[in-house]
Design a protein around this ligand. Structure first.
Ligand SMILES: O=C([S-])c1cc(C(=O)S)c[n+]([C@@H]2O[C@H](COP(=O)(O)O)[C@@H](O)[C@H]2O)c1
Ligand code: NI
Length: 383
């Protein structure tokens, strides 16, 4: 499983994200050619390989030719992205990131979301940062993105609104809507911006400790300010030691009908659960209930959790990682006088098993009128 870990020891901003992705291996020419699909003039990307505090990394400059007096509202920006020639997946991700900023802005300034205007340099800088981050993310195709706690800096920052406290109100609002931890250490100034935290909140999952994975390469994206400490976003790319961390998600409910419970199981399997089942339980006040257990891949957690909270009557769920011992499985097809049958072959050390797929046996029995047992005996002889 491919992992990206955003290490925000000195915060995160849009251009630091682009710098780190380029330092990780994204071709800046590819990035710029994709960005041209926005059909926007007035900007170019300049990626500069450089050393900061002795560390080799990339500073990504978004060079604006626009005079910065374009005050685009969120509604205008949505239209620019929708009308672009970018792929749908990039559009969806970019719009989701922008939505986070716009919702925060709307709350901070008490204005309707679509009337939010992006005051910084006419938002072209943010458009390039946000769409660029979406392009890089979908180019790398990680299975999961983790983010560390975010060093937001301290003090005050001067921007279009004037002098604002750090973290800026929009940054603080975006963090409130995420579940990322913020902290402030060793930085006098703004190290995390609304665009930077919105990108991570959308792409990543907060990891309170450094996640366990096998690191393979790093990318350093430098910020523009000198805080004394290294001002860089580090993205570490790697792989999970297990092909897929497996999670158990469970809950108890005592006020759902059988039909609703059946619908939930069916939906969980459709959404990629590895297994899902009910166990009858006696709950508080000896009320009969059902215990729902779901086995899923870690990367599918958000979808599974959302489905359980949305479709059951539970008020809370429990989840924990489990390690599984799985047999290696592969399949072969045998053709029999009654039709083709798929054989599932399972191996674990010296253990070896070959079992015909039930659906094939069932189909042959139904089609030919031969009993299930006789079909099974025939297959056993032919395996
Ligand atoms: O871009 C927006 S909406 C924005 C909102 C606010 C508020 O706190 S309100 C502040 N700023 C400041 O502008 C610069 C650039 O931020 P980016 O997110 O565009 O990188 C930064 O100092 C922000 O604090 C922007
Ligand atoms: Ni603002």
């Amino acid at each position: 499983m491919k992992v990206l870990y955003f290490d925000c020891f000195s915060g995160i901003s849009g251009d630091m994200v682009l710098g780190a992705f380029i330092d990780l291996g994204i071709d800046p020419n590819f990035l710029e050619s994709e960005l041209k699909k926005l059909k926007l003039e007035g900007f170019r990307i300049k990626a500069e390989k450089t050393l900061k505090k002795g560390i080799n990394g990339t500073r990504c400059h978004v060079i604006l030719e626009e005079d910065g007096h374009h005050h685009r509202h969120f509604g205008d920006i949505k239209q620019i992205i929708v009308d672009s020639d970018l792929s749908d997946e990039i559009k969806i991700t970019a719009l989701a990131i922008f939505k986070r900023v716009a919702v925060a802005e709307a709350k901070v300034h008490n204005v309707p979301v679509d009337r939010v205007h992006f005051h910084e340099v006419g938002a072209l800088d943010s458009i390039v940062d946000i769409v660029g981050a979406a392009i890089c993310y979908h180019a790398l195709k990680p299975d999961i993105v983790y983010g560390s706690k975010i060093n937001v800096g301290s003090g005050w920052v001067r921007c279009a609104h004037g002098l604002l406290p750090v973290p800026a109100p929009a940054t603080a609002e975006i963090l409130c809507a995420s579940n990322f931890e913020m902290y402030s250490k060793a930085i006098d100034g703004e190290s995390a911006t609304p665009t930077g935290v919105a990108i991570l909140a959308e792409l990543g999952t907060y990891s309170p400790t450094t996640p366990s994975f096998i690191p393979e390469k790093t990318g350093y994206g430098f910020g523009g300010k000198d805080f004394g400490v290294l001002n860089a976003l580090r993205i570490i790319q790697g792989r999970k030691s297990q092909p897929h961390e497996t999670m158990v998600v469970e809950t108890n409910v005592d006020d759902m009908t059988g039909e609703m419970a059946g619908y939930v199981l069916e939906s969980l399997m459709e959404k990629g659960a590895l297994d899902a089942f009910y166990t009858p339980v006696y709950m508080k006040k000896n009320r009969p209930g059902i215990h729902l257990t779901v086995l899923c891949k870690e990367v599918d957690l958000p979808v599974i959790e959302d489905l359980i909270l949305r479709e059951t009557s539970t008020l809370g769920i429990r989840k924990y990682p489990v390690t599984r011992v799985c047999m290696d499985r592969h399949f072969k097809k045998i053709n029999t006088p009654l039709g083709d049958v798929t054989i599932k072959i399972s191996d674990y050390g010296t253990i070896h098993r070959e079992t015909p797929e039930y659906e094939d046996i069932r189909r042959i029995a139904k089609d030919t009128g031969v009993s299930l047992w006789e079909v099974l005996e025939m297959v056993e002889k032919l395996k």
